[in-house]
Design a protein around this ligand. Structure first.
Ligand code: PEP
Length: 250
């Protein structure tokens, strides 16, 4: 049986003091449950502090981005080995804000995916359509293109260490959530596509998260869908009670 995996993407929020408060709040409210995994993805500046606070917990640490080169003249960038050195196990790649605000293309995301996996980091690989693409009826072809390009040259074995997050762009930070049926339909499409590119076993064990305005009020219904294996949470991960509300809805 696939575990449910809840990850919090803090985006550009929380200084060190606020990081300590948020992580303490999450840790204090978390009850043991072997059927789910919790991940927090603070900004780079908080990773080391977060790792120290998470040491005795089962909460995983992730970063929100990384560069595909090992080192060099890349001002402002962070490498996979740097992330590993501060205790990261996960890294979010291909988030729609990286794609749409910072112009990251599928080819660059694929290079990052390969570097993360070859460095022993587990990517949370995000895909999703815009409102215009959904209204044009091109959702599946957009998702297929992002997945085929993003996963180019990635083996079935490497995919075991990858989480895919389906995040419709129109639902991110907007308060508009995909209905459980809309989300389930795309998740099922993704799993079938993975079976087609790889095999049934790989598809069957792949964790596919939903992301886009997940909150305690809608998480239970979303997480009960057969192909939704967790959530990537933005806004609601910034307050312990909301993040815990989502986690405890499993
Ligand atoms: C996200 O940024 O990945 C996200 C899903 O944000 P929100 O939950 O705020 O929509």
């Amino acid at each position: 049986m696939r575990k449910k995996v809840i990850a919090g993407n803090w985006k550009m929020h929380k200084d060190i003091k606020e990081t300590i408060e948020l992580i303490s709040g999450i840790k204090n409210g978390l009850t043991p449950n072997e059927n789910r995994e919790v991940i927090v993805c603070p900004p780079f500046t908080s990773l080391e502090t977060a790792f120290a606070l998470l040491k005795e917990s089962n909460i995983g640490l992730g970063a929100q981005n990384m560069h595909f080169e090992d080192s060099g003249a890349f001002t402002g960038e962070i490498s996979a080995s740097m992330l590993k050195s501060v205790g990261c196990k996960y890294v979010i790649l291909g988030h729609s804000e990286r794609r749409n605000v910072f112009g990251e293309a599928d080819e660059m995301i694929n290079k990052k995916m390969l570097k993360a996996l070859n460095s022993g980091l587990n990517p949370i690989f995000c895909v999703g359509e815009t409102l215009e693409q959904r209204e044009n009826g091109t959702t599946n072809s957009i998702i297929e293109n992002q997945i085929r390009k993003g996963l180019d040259s990635i083996s079935a074995q490497q995919l075991e260490n990858t989480i895919i997050a389906y995040e419709p762009v129109w639902a991110i930070g907007t308060g508009k959530t995909a209905t459980p049926d809309q989300a389930q339909e795309v998740h099922k499409f993704i799993r079938t596509l993975i079976a087609d590119i790889y095999d049934e076993k790989t598809a069957g064990s792949l964790i596919i998260q939903y992301g886009g305005s997940v909150k305690p009020e809608n998480s239970s219904e979303l997480l009960n869908q057969p192909d939704i294996d967790g959530a990537l949470v933005g806004g609601a991960c910034l307050k312990p009670d909301l993040f815990l509300g989502i986690i405890n809805s499993i």
